[in-house]
Design a protein around this ligand. Structure first.
Ligand code: SF4
Ligand code: SF4
Ligand code: SF4
Length: 487
């Protein structure tokens, strides 16, 4: 693959690139120690012991690595930064050497000779830097012959750090906002209602039709849970218009909910089950309140992973919903089903100014599934895109489906103080995009993730690519849907 722009990527050690630490009041809101506890080494080792008991997979991952090297060049953060500590095997080693020191006989007896190391301040500093240069995308696990998942190791390290008072500002602040206000953006119910009303007015102006964006409508057939960025961030809101047009045209009653005004669940990024459950419990509150038959989730990668893979355990069973439908169901599957049944009609020519490619969001690609056929998470969004436009091209086969690269901003890395890492981590994806821009004239990369949208629109200009090149799959649907016409 050609380099996007020689000289843009600054190779070198990134040990000093660290996200801001959470302030005491942010830590306190989540029930974590406000600052580094006095006995932090002992407390961290105790926490690691608890996690090893709780997650047998963690111990297997720490015991199994044979240093075969298959994963070394598979992480976008290593490829983008050139920092050897961003090789998945080296990242995992930062925790593995501590595990060896306190939990294995050879580590206790032979120390450094056995690859063991005390958790001292230097190691803690390395943990804070490099476990926040991992987007928990799981790409490395695809290439590891033993399936070692460095994302889980990274989650464990972050959970340990939170437990001793070393939290990350961006992620913990957002979790706190969800607990107190209800969503990542800290948008209160009044502001949410006003935003939806003004978007309805815009929609009426654009289409001449009264397309609704309902909120808290008890008895609606579908409860729609979407990332709060969809309510007004750009390009996210374009997909919101797509969802609304789809429900309107299909004649299906639906509603958002103020209780569950956030699909995202940053609890996963810090590996904390309790936080994940507390965030997810807002969805079960909304189900009790709205009494819908169906539960549909909007475009968000990690949110879909939590919904698909964990909601049932966290807040299930969904026995009040209609068993005829998948619970939860991804919006792409929902819309494609309507297209296939002829319940809505798409005019592909509305997108004839675009040559489209698709970025598989890694949390969807490697952390979930979609529909009832294996690989549905790859085919369903592509089928919906093909139904919405005439020109579609896939990127290099080694960068799509389960081998997709992360956008560089996932896993809680979307804060500006570590923009350097985000730009560098995006390099492999931007190279693959650039390649199809040159060979096939691609000018739109469709996405199904709120974080991918925020990340790409921010970093694309750094690679000389217009930010309007990134947008949602339902942005294409919104342009192509035939409103008013009978399918
Ligand atoms: S999970 Fe993703 S970001 Fe983390 S080490 Fe593996 S490939 Fe890199
Ligand atoms: S591919 Fe797996 S076994 Fe090989 S070095 Fe990487 S983590 Fe270890
Ligand atoms: S932001 Fe998108 S590509 Fe990046 S980790 Fe999340 S789902 Fe994956």
């Amino acid at each position: 693959m050609p380099r996007v722009e020689e000289g843009l990527i600054v190779k070198g050690v990134t040990a000093d690139v660290k996200p801001y630490m959470a302030k005491p009041e942010i830590q306190a809101k989540l029930g974590f120690p406000e600052t580094l506890v006095d006995n932090w080494e002992e407390a961290a080792v105790r926490k690691l012991g608890e996690l090893l008991e709780k997650y047998k997979s963690l111990q297997v991952y720490l015991d199994t690595c044979v240093r075969c090297g298959s994963c070394t060049d598979k992480c976008q953060f290593y490829l983008g930064t050139g920092d050897p500590n961003n090789m998945p095997v080296a990242r995992a080693e930062l925790l593995r050497k501590v595990y060896k020191k306190y939990f294995t006989t050879e580590g206790k007896l032979f120390g450094k000779l056995a690859g063991a190391h005390r958790l001292d301040l230097n190691v803690l500093g390395e943990w804070y830097a490099y476990f926040h240069q991992c987007s928990q995308c799981r790409r490395c696990s695809v290439f590891c012959p033993y399936g070692i998942d460095t994302a889980e190791i990274s989650m464990a390290a972050r959970e340990i750090m939170d437990s001793i008072g070393l939290g990350q500002k961006y992620v913990n602040e957002i979790i706190g906002k969800v607990h107190t206000v209800g969503n990542n953006l800290g948008m209160n119910p009044k502001a949410l209602k006003a935003t939806l009303e003004s978007t309805e007015e815009d929609l009426e102006e654009e289409t001449g039709q009264k397309i609704r964006l309902p909120l808290d409508e008890v008895g609606a057939e579908v409860l729609m849970v979407t990332p709060s960025a969809d309510f007004f961030a750009s390009p996210h809101v374009e997909s919101l218009l797509g969802y609304a047009k789809v429900f309107h045209q299909a004649g299906i009653s639906w509603t958002f909910s103020t209780a569950a005004s956030e699909a995202g669940n940053f609890g996963m990024f810090i590996g904390n089950y309790g936080q994940m459950q507390k965030v997810a419990s807002r969805v079960s509150d909304a189900i009790r309140e709205i009494k819908p038959k169906r539960l549909v989730v909007g475009e968000c990668g990690h949110a879909w992973r939590v919904a698909y893979s964990f909601w049932n355990t966290l807040i299930g069973p969904f026995d009040t919903l209609d068993p005829k439908y998948p619970s939860p169901q991804h919006i792409c599957e929902f819309t494609l089903d309507l297209v296939n049944r002829g319940a809505i009609k798409l005019d592909k020519s509305a997108n004839d100014d675009l040559t489209v490619t698709f970025h598989d969001s890694c949390n969807v690609a490697r952390g979930s599934a979609m529909g009832d056929k294996p690989g549905g998470q790859f085919t369903i969004p592509r089928d919906l895109i093909r139904a919405s436009c005439n020109k579609f091209v896939d990127m290099d086969k080694d960068t799509i489906h389960e081998k997709t690269f992360c956008c560089g901003g996932g896993g809680g890395l979307l804060s500006d103080e570590i923009l350097q890492i985000r730009i560098q981590g995006a390099m492999p994806r931007m190279q693959a995009l650039h390649s199809v821009m040159e060979s096939d004239g691609v000018n739109f990369m469709a996405l199904i993730c709120a974080i991918c949208k925020a990340q790409f629109t921010k970093i694309m200009p750094k690679y000389g690519v217009p930010m309007t090149t990134a947008g949602g799959v339902h942005q294409l649907v919104a342009r192509a849907i035939e409103l008013g016409a009978k399918a």
